[in-house]
Structures are given as structure tokens and as C-alpha cells.
Design a protein around this ligand. Structure first.
Ligand code: MG
Length: 308
């Protein structure tokens, strides 16, 4: 059951196009609370459910969308963080605790996709996306090894925080982006000619990055680019997703910021808590689910989320 009655959202409208994306009657639904740090949502159409991570409580949560029932799916969860689905609908998870990216088979078996680069242990994979060729791309900042709060404290063996690609044929891992401070969320443009990656490096460097960059991708690899696409108005962009028109819905301290494909800020859906990540779901992919600090929220939109 909802933990609080639905309520009217507050918007900051930067561009009139935002009004075309939000139903005037739409209310914010407070679907779950009691998390320590809600992150990494993924929507499963197969059973109309949502999985997300309560990273610091070391558990994976599940929402049955139709009934509103919230349950603990896994505890401990190896301090899981970002989730996505592959083209067969299998759940892929980033785990701080095992410093790896894993996949869950339909029978529940757990397969490690990557835990090392160049013979060294990964830092703590944070967020993940699957390209149309089946390659799994993920970010590897240090948040899960900086302390024992959301993983196990350790030194970085690699010594930098990179974006990696796991080859769909031979499973080899390549470093695709190596010039970011703390890469975090990531998503491809609709035609996969660009890869958007957020850098939340202000957590470790004074006046450090809190922006989204856009890299050029060709034949499955980053070939250039890297310009700043948008800077977070307050806080950092942690995770984000695209809708089917190529707009970017990005988390931030104030809530969710919506950007046009050209980088224009259309507006912000204000949330009562700091938002960490979002995902579109529901049978029509018009519901935006938002993990925010202790809670899970949703709002109906007129936008349609892209697949995963
Ligand atoms: Mg993240």
C-alpha cells in the first residue's frame, strides 16, 4: 500500500515543452519508504514489478506494481547498486560487495560478467546499460570501496575510475572512457551514436565535476567527443534514463531534471528527497519511477520511456 497519500507535485518549468510531458492531473505517488539509500531501479514487464537497491542496507527491494506490495527480494544483496535488463530480459546488477557486474539467469543462477580489468579487481561497479549488440557497459567509481558504508573499504587496484565495455562475444573487458573523476550513471542515445555518462566527481574533488558528458560511439566503441552536455543545477546527476523521443530524465538534489535531446533544460519535477535514479515502467512505459534517498516515488508522464 502507498505509504502516504498521493500528492500534487511541484515543478520548475524552464521551457513550455515540459507541460507537454506531464499530465496536469498527475500526482506523485509515494510507494515505499524506510530505505537507507534507494538506487538502481529496473522495471520488469514480465511480472509488472520493479526492483531497486537499498545500497547501504545491503538489500534488493521489489515492488509489485499492481498491488503496491513492497518486499525484500534479496538480503544481503552484495551491496548491489545499478540494475538493467539484457535483451532476453535477464537482470544485470552492479555489486559493490563483490566488485563485479553479474547476471541472473532465468533459473536464478548468478553469473559473473566482469570483476577485473587488466588483471586488477574493479573498484565497485555502479551503473550498467546493455547496447543493442549485447555489449554490457558499466561505470566503475570508488564509492563501494571508499568506506564500509556501501561495500568493503579497500584501495583501488586500478587507480582510476573508468567506463568499461564487456564484449558480447568473448567477454573481454575494455576501458572505453578513462578521463572522468567518478563516472556514475550512463545511457546511450536512441541511435547509439552517443553515450551519455554522468560524472559525480565533486564528491572527491573540490569544485569537481557534477555534469553529464556526451561521447561519440562508433561500431561499439567510444571514438571521441566527451563534451559537457549539462551541469546539474544542484547536487549531482547520479542516474538517468531516456524516453522514446531522446529526452533525458536525470536525477538531482532537487528531484528529476528533464532535458531535451539538444541539452535544453525543460524543467524539474521536485521531490521531497534527493533523487538518485529513475526508470520508466508500467505496461505503457509512461510511469516514471524515482528512487530518492529513503523512498520510492512514481509519477505518470505523457512521455514514453525507451526500452530499458
Ligand atoms: Mg549511481
Amino acid at each position: 500500500m502507498p505509504v502516504r497519500e498521493p500528492f500534487d507535485p511541484t515543478y520548475d518549468i524552464a521551457d513550455p515543452r515540459l507541460a507537454e510531458l506531464i499530465d496536469a492531473e498527475a500526482q506523485l505517488h509515494h510507494l515505499a519508504d524506510g530505505c537507507t539509500w534507494a538506487e538502481g531501479p529496473v522495471y520488469l514487464a514480465a511480472d509488472d514489478s520493479l526492483l531497486w537497491s537499498d545500497v547501504r542496507s545491503n538489500r534488493r527491494m521489489r515492488l509489485d506494481v499492481a498491488s503496491g506490495e513492497v518486499t525484500v527480494a534479496d538480503a544481503p544483496s552484495n551491496f548491489c547498486n545499478g540494475h538493467t535488463l539484457d535483451h532476453l530480459g535477464r537482470v544485470i546488477a552492479c555489486e559493490h560487495g563483490t566488485r563485479s557486474v553479474v547476471r541472473f539467469e532465468s533459473d536464478g543462477a548468478r553469473v559473473t560478467l566482469a570483476d577485473r580489468f587488466d588483471g586488477k579487481r574493479l573498484n565497485s561497479p555502479n551503473d550498467v546499460v546493455v547496447a543493442s549488440d549485447g555489449a554490457v557497459w558499466f561505470t566503475d567509481p570508488t564509492y563501494g570501496i571508499d568506506s564500509d558504508a556501501e561495500g568493503y573499504r579497500a584501495e583501488s587496484e586500478i587507480g582510476s575510475s573508468n567506463v568499461y565495455r564487456i564484449d558480447p562475444v568473448d567477454g573481454s573487458v575494455t576501458a572505453e572512457i578513462t578521463d572522468m573523476v567518478r563516472p556514475n550513471g550512463l545511457a546511450f542515445s536512441l541511435d547509439e551514436s552517443s553515450l551519455y555518462v554522468s560524472d559525480t566527481g565533486v564528491s572527491h574533488v573540490d569544485d569537481g565535476p557534477r555534469h553529464l558528458r556526451c561521447f561519440d560511439v562508433d561500431r561499439g566503441h567510444v571514438v571521441g567527443g566527451g563534451d559537457v552536455f549539462a551541469t546539474c543545477p544542484e547536487g549531482v546527476f547520479d542516474g538517468f534514463r531516456l524516453d522514446a523521443a531522446g529526452r533525458i530524465w536525470a536525477s538531482g538534489e532537487q528531484g528529476v531534471h528533464c532535458y531535451g535531446p539538444d541539452g535544453t533544460l525543460l524543467g524539474t519535477i521536485r521531490l521531497p528527497e534527493v533523487c538518485a535514479n529513475v526508470v520508466f515502467g508500467g505496461a505503457d512505459r509512461r510511469t516514471l519511477f524515482m528512487t530518492a534517498n529513503t523512498s520510492l516515488y512514481s509519477i505518470r508522464t505523457k512521455a514514453v520511456g525507451r526500452e530499458v
